[in-house]
Write a protein that binds this ligand. Structure first.
Ligand code: B12
Length: 297
């Protein structure tokens, strides 16, 4: 009986402990092509296969990465989540600002928050005519002029913008915190009001009408598929007709997975303080990379 040959003594490669970067896709089990199919075999992947590299990426972005797949398709759970987020984005754009019964109602009692309209008469027109969202309706202009004192150090305005969901989610906590912190910092604060069907360019008319030093417009951002609840604070120093985005600054991405309320308040006030120091706003004013405390001190 002949003895079996010894297995070839080829050295095994060292096992990889934590490959960098780890494979992103195509390393999972393979779904064989059907018998006689001309299609190549398609690897099936599922989340989690990226290991440490995937965890590192997930820690810095909520973007839809490493979703995995079933054959050539998204997995059902991911497909349903995508459709739900898309529906939320559409709802956020088309909803109406509700100061009477919604989440913003307590702000009416506490701060006298009231709403006026832009020159866009309804949501459908607003979406087609951004220019109309940049000025107040005639009645709105008259009401603001009647109810809001001129010449405040800081005038805060709430605009629905492209996401009412963002306003509902962020403004009930942000507005009181911002007004309190501004007063504590010694700013005189104007009568806050809301504008339906608002665009960022409204800041110019607010500046002309009320002559505040700093204006802050808290406005719903165009919703995406990560969140429909992201708010921006656009700031301008002594805004006037003819000013452009180059004369404005903003703190964006105020939402649960982005800039939180305390950070937003600190950054808004730090920017306003920097504008006051520079007597201007826009491209000549930058946030200090060392953080808001560096600007406010
Ligand atoms: C849409 C959009 C744009 C569009 C605006 C056109 C339009 N009519 O909507 C375009 C493609 C032109 C654009 C350009 C730029 N954008 Co932009 N934009 C956005 C986005 C996706 C949504 C903004 C939104 O919903 N605004 C609210 C609605 C209601 O406003 P609106 O009145 O309809 O539209 C005005 C604003 O969108 C404003 N705007 C848009 N971008 C910027 C950037 C700055 C610095 C300012 C002051 C104003 C501004 O311009 C519009 C006309 O006034 C945001 C992302 C986000 N998370 O907010 C980034 C965002 C606001 N943009 C950003 C940047 C950096 C820019 C650019 C400077 C990029 C560049 N290097 O050229 C330019 C500057 C614009 C300018 N006019 O000077 C940054 C701002 C970062 C910051 N904190 O300063 C953001 C947050 C994206 C990001 N990187 O995270 N943008």
């Amino acid at each position: 009986m002949t003895s079996m040959p010894e297995p070839t003594a080829e050295p095994m490669p060292e096992p990889m402990v934590e490959p960098t970067p780890e494979p992103l896709a195509g390393t999972g089990p393979t779904i064989p092509a059907g018998a006689g199919s001309a299609e190549p075999a398609v690897p099936a992947t599922s989340p989690g296969q990226g290991g440490a590299f995937e965890r590192r990426v997930r820690a810095v972005t909520p973007a839809r990465l490493f979703l995995g797949r079933s054959g050539t398709s998204l997995r059902t759970a991911d497909q349903l989540a995508l459709r739900a987020d898309h529906a939320a984005a559409q709802d956020a754009v088309h909803a109406a600002l509700d100061l009477e019964t919604g989440l913003l109602a307590p702000l009416g009692d506490r701060f006298g928050l009231f709403a006026v309209g832009s020159a866009a008469p309804d949501r459908a027109t607003y979406l087609r005519r951004p220019d109309l969202g940049r000025s107040l309706s005639a009645e709105g202009r008259a009401e603001v002029a009647r109810r809001c004192p001129r010449g405040a150090d800081l005038q805060v305005v709430v605009g629905d913008g492209l996401s009412v969901a963002a306003v509902d989610a962020q403004v009930p906590a942000l507005l009181p915190a911002l007004l309190d912190a501004a007063r504590e910092a010694g700013w005189s604060v104007g009568q806050v009001f809301a504008v339906r069907n608002a665009r960022v360019g409204l800041l110019n008319e607010i500046g002309e009408l009320l002559d505040p030093a700093a204006s802050v417009l808290l406005i719903g951002e165009r919703p995406g598929l990560v969140t429909a609840e992201s708010l921006s604070a656009y700031l301008a120093w002594r805004p006037r007709p003819g000013h452009t985005d180059a004369d404005r600054n903003l703190i964006s991405n105020i939402h649960a997975r982005g800039v939180d309320i305390p950070q937003a308040v600190a950054r808004i006030l730090a920017l306003a303080t920097a504008m006051r120091a520079a007597n201007t706003s826009g491209v000549l004013v930058k946030e200090d990379p060392a953080g808001p405390s560096a600007l406010t001190s």
